[in-house]
Design a protein around this ligand. Sequence first.
Ligand code: NAI
Length: 795
Amino acid sequence: MSVAQYYETMEYGPAPEADGEARAWLKQHGAVFGHFIGGKFVVPHSGKHLATIEPATGKALAKIAQGSSADVEAAVSAARTAQPLWAKLGGHGRARHLYALARMLQRHARLFAVLEAIDNGKPIRETRDLDVPLAARHFQYHAGWAQLQEREFADQVPIGVIGQIIPWNFPLLMLAWKIAPALAAGNTVVLKPAEFTSLTALLFAELAAEAGLPPGVLNVVTGDGATGALLVENPGVDKIAFTGSTEVGRLIRQSTAGTGKSLTLELGGKSPFIVFDDADIDGAVEGVVDAIWFNQGQVCCAGSRLLLQEGIAETFRRRLVRRMETLRVGMPLDKAIDMGAVVAPVQLERIKTLVETGVKEGAEKYQAPGEIPSEGCFYPPTLLWNVHPSSTVAVEEIFGPVLVAMTFRTPDEAVMLANNTRYGLAASVWSETIGLALDIAPNLLAGVVWVNATNLFDASVGFGGYRESGFGREGGREGMYEYLKPNAWSGRKARAKALPPPTQSADKAGFGVPPIDRTAKLFVGGKQVRPDGNYSRVVLSPKGRHLGEAGAGNRKDIRNAVAAARSAEAWARATAHNRAQILYYLAENLSARGDEFARRIAEMTGVSGARARAEVDTSIERLFSYGAWADKFEGSVHAPPLRGVALAMHEPIGVVGVACPDEAPLLGFVSLIAPLIAMGNRVVAVPSEQHPLAATDFYQVLETSDVPGGVVNIVTGSRDELVKVLAEHDDVDALWVFGSQDASAIAERLSIGNLKRTLVDYGLMLDWYDRAASEGPILLRHAVQVKNIWIPYGD
Ligand code: NAI
């Protein structure tokens, strides 16, 4: 048909992008790929390959190598060899390379966009306008951090060799999100792309080498989950950064536990899209299209739960259905389509099954009436109406073009429904009343909140989840910290195996069973309480003198302490000024009893009186420091390339378990709880097991300093046992373990239930007197999670 005829009939005419260049690249490699290791393609040791298909046609596209342990080892060793040289190149040298990668992407933008669309099934309109430009922006932005690194991250050093595992929904963009900050910071990388979509990563590696990236800096090992698992287990890897399903995230947390590897996880979501009755309805309908039908809904932060205020629900539904009628599903290379193919038959089946379940559970299904190609993995835009908040489709991540809708009456109910999920990746709030939107945003448990917008991304704005959506951030300054470690922690010495505890049960120590009313107390909910079991342990001096007793806390005591901490939620909303004031009161009251504390420390630990006094004085100073930081460790305002701002807010993590070290029993305890409470967290602290009396004496300091009940709870007892209970408790949001290697491993391994954030010392001792190592942002960064609130304005 001619253009004139189309004009006459207004019939739809496909506008396919040419794919010659991409097909020629595949042909040039015989459509069979090895791994990319040490700057070149290498034949896989296993000799095994996996077929990768074109989701839109079901036809075979290429063969990629299945990485074996020898392949992974070869890649890790290439990265290991390259790392010191890459780090030595310096910030400017690396900045030039990253900038060259950004330019390389721009030069080959069309090739990348077409190859991505063929391999993944997503529309060329998206790969061309989003995936590729955003990937280039990521490299350019991080070239900037490399350039500024020596100044802006002067106290940090690279981590080493980073293993990165990425999913299939944004193959090139996830590669950029992962490798740009890692390389900028001076690390080298072994990347394992998803088995469905490895081609753009291989093309990228090849062109990066041509652009002069030194061999071994970026290595790509392809294969399925088994290859990913080999990379996670490889002892030469210093950190794993993973994006993918929550299930696999848990496996990775478990397998890295206790190994000393650092870890970031970007996992699934079930993000709410909240529309208030004063929203611009047409704008919000268009927002829904971008929220759930962008990339066929295969987006971890997809606005997949539509929450409508009751009064506008019917109007909204009518307009949304009308808009769905105009959506076009078709071949990915057609520039005029809205939705392409889902990534693979297995994913298509999963979507179909979940939708059937939704209907069985009572949802009304509406699907866009437009034609969809008969071959290939296509699924129509789908709306499930009248969904019960507890039904499967409202709870499970569908990862497809399926929107579930529910209604709410009041803003409070909206927040409750929005947070009624184990995830916490993103949320979108629609209201013309900015005061309402900004009141709601901080109450949403999500790492990203878009106000009157959705699915906005930029390299300068950190991205990442709360709760079971994982931990760590990608992008922004906070994203750089994920690939660096504090220099001051480098030379830490391993703690000698714990001495036989001078604490023993009261009767065995030969002091007789103490009368019940003398049982040493715990501190829970602002009160001194008896331990559940009524047991206590005798605390002896190094020479065996009886100094006092400390309660032997158990599972029940930890549960009570966590409940008290949970109910002290108001602390998170107290003003920073108020929190600062209370930290100063603590310092003041500790100071008033300084001599008494110094005596106690000298008796318990055997250090000299002067040394004990120095510990008290440093503890007072530390409380002052956090009083100072409380209203100064603030977020920032980003200016991403749009008319608007993104507010990077520092929010408390919630309820944090803290195990304290035996060395410096007062200073260690104060240095760990003060940054947490300064930022609005509530704490359940397990003080030094060997020398607990400095912390139990501290009860009275807490009582006289106006610390609200439940903000600081103290449970004395066996560190390993109590850490185990804290790690398994799903109402504990984070766990800091200082004091033992075993407890560190326990904390990481058992934290998988709710994927709590962990900060552990692996048995390496911190110098608590060294401010660079143990005071200020070095710990404050772990005491907050960053929430980015995007506020676009104007047209
Ligand atoms: P997945 O989590 O299995 O795959 C992601 C990556 O991890 C791939 O590169 C895969 O090869 C690798 N992998 C798999 N098992 C591994 C293991 N044991 N150790 C190390 N690496 C491993 O995701 P999958 O199976 O492709 O998709 C299943 C569901 O996961 C989707 O339906 C969706 O709900 C969710 N998902 C979420 C993503 C997100 O961005 N949050 C991305 C992809 C999937």
